[in-house]
Design a protein around this ligand. Structure first.
Ligand code: ADP
Ligand code: ASP
Ligand code: MG
Length: 470
């Protein structure tokens, strides 16, 4: 085991003293990696090959073109709220995966979970209400079922001495911010102790979910299992966290937009964080926080191609002279551009704070800001509801909301102090005829962000990719 590191917080001292025997490595398997019988068997092979490092296996709910479990759970609950209680799709999908893997759903506790899910859905239909708190309970069933399936396959097919415990039963605690809860590190020593006391070589646990102090189930936000991966890595003092997914690492951009996108061998925590916050779906944005705080490298790998080295994310990397200036392009759709102008008040004392008060009161996060002599333009991240804020702003300013915008972020630490990147970016846009509505370079200079119309985003990304990486 690695030597004691003075910077690390107290809970890691427990782990690093060597008392925790499970968890030298944490392996998170995403929805597509546990989406089908075939993939789950690949997971078994991969876990088996790492047995010497006593893995903590963190799993997502099944996700394949035929079984989108989390989405199906959500749709089932929404239909129940409107009076239609039918859990058939969820039950059938889970049982089909069990059948394909010869898992006995009764014996591993899945039938009991399905029964409870059915009761919950009937309850929602009866009262016609679906709160964020109830939605978290609904979503939790996906991970709780897939964890049991994966554990059973590891034990029966691969002869691994593994044990399943949900992250809730291990005592992982969060705040009560249902739908996007944040972990409470004070619970970590107790969680580590629970893991330490397990009589098993491998722990299989649930990503995405946890609970409040008083036992209410919470979720960490969509895609949050990546975050669970680095949380468990922190709890156990893992020397590495592996994120197993359906692509061979973080790529130069989303391969669904640019099929020729390449895998990036290494990224810094800052670069990966920036990419994730600005829309690269491959990692949940908060994933890097625990990794950074505890200096745990994160490796992104492909379950379907385990031999590929993927991407390593760590604090510092040695860049060769000829390394590309930019590392990757992140894309976020569904962004709003709000333009606020007033001839009367702009530049007067207090105007800015009045504007931001309105955003604050309405829970509107702001991404990018640009000001001119008479206007402030701001962008909001995907999913933010801006209508109420816009109405309030209209009481003292002219407001235009442009919807269906996309934010493209060019990320790379090497851009710091390298002149000419912005010129290449704007040049590429001129070449493909895409109008840049807003452009900004963060103070850290590792990100150049540009806002374009969503209808033009693919053209823009393809041209930028050609310019910077091909
Ligand atoms: P998982 O189920 O393993 O959590 P996700 O679907 O959440 O997988 O994330 C993987 C997907 O992220 C990829 O299939 C890819 O389409 C998308 N993606 C977006 N940006 C990138 C990027 N820069 N590099 C790799 N994948 C990306
Ligand atoms: N199952 C959850 C989701 O679909 C969490 C995850 O997959 O990371 O959002
Ligand atoms: Mg994901």
């Amino acid at each position: 085991m690695e030597a004691f590191h003075p910077d690390r917080v107290i809970y890691n001292i427990v782990a690093k003293s060597g008392r925790v025997e499970i968890g030298m490595i944490t392996m998170k398997f995403g929805g597509t990696s546990v989406g089908s019988a075939e993939r789950i068997r690949q997971v078994g092979e991969i876990v088996k090959s790492e047995l010497a490092r006593k893995p903590i296996v963190v799993v997502s709910a099944h996700n394949s073109p035929t079984v989108r479990m989390t989405d199906t759970l959500i749709a089932t609950a929404k239909a129940a709220k409107d009076g239609k209680a039918d859990t058939g799709k969820v039950a059938e999908a889970e049982r089909a995966i069990c059948r394909a893997l010869s898992v006995d759903p009764e014996a591993v506790g899945i039938e009991r979970l399905l029964e409870r899910f059915d009761q919950l859905i009937k309850g929602i239909a009866m009262i016609g209400e679906l709160t964020p708190r109830t939605m978290d309970v609904v979503m939790s069933f996906g991970e709780r079922m897939s964890g049991r399936v994966v554990n059973d396959v590891l034990r029966r097919e691969f002869g691994i001495n593994s044990a399943y415990r949900s992250s809730v039963s291990l005592g992982l605690r969060t705040d009560a911010n249902f739908g996007s809860a944040r972990p409470d590190p004070r619970c970590y020593p107790a969680v580590a102790k629970q893991i330490e006391d397990l009589d098993a070589d491998v722990l299989v646990t649930t990503g995405f979910i946890a609970a409040t102090d008083d036992g209410q189930i919470t979720t960490l936000g969509r895609g949050g299992s990546d975050y669970s991966g680095t949380i468990f890595g922190t709890v156990t003092g893992s020397e590495e966290v592996q994120i197993w997914t359906d692509v061979s690492g973080v790529m130069t951009t989303d391969p669904r937009i640019v099929p020729s996108a390449r895998s990036i061998p290494d990224l810094t925590f800052m670069e990966a964080s920036e990419l994730a916050w600005y829309g690269a779906k491959v990692l949940h944005p908060a994933t890097m926080i625990p990794a950074m705080e505890n200096d745990i490298p994160v490796r992104v790998k492909n379950t379907a191609e385990p031999g590929h080295p993927g991407t390593v994310i760590r604090r510092r990397i040695e860049e060769s002279e000829d390394a590309p200036i930019a590392k990757s392009l992140a894309v976020m759709n569904g962004v709003h551009l709000i333009t606020i102008s007033t001839g009367r008040m702009f530049g007067t004392h207090g105007f800015m704070s009045k504007v931001f008060d309105v955003f604050n009161q309405n829970g509107v996060d702001v991404h990018m800001i640009a000001t001119s002599e008479v206007t402030i333009s701001v962008t909001t991240p995907k999913g933010v509801h801006v209508e109420k804020a816009a109405e309030q702003l209209k009481e003292f300013a002219d407001v235009i909301v442009d919807r269906d915008m996309s934010l493209i972020s060019v990320v790379g630490e090497k851009m710091k102090g390298t002149p000419g990147v912005a010129a290449r970016v704007t040049g590429a846009m001129a070449k493909c005829g895409v109008n840049i509505r807003m452009i900004s370079q963060g103070a850290t200079e590792i990100n150049i962000a540009l806002l374009v119309q969503e209808a033009q985003v693919k053209t823009a990304v393809r041209e930028l990719h050609r310019e910077l990486f091909e």
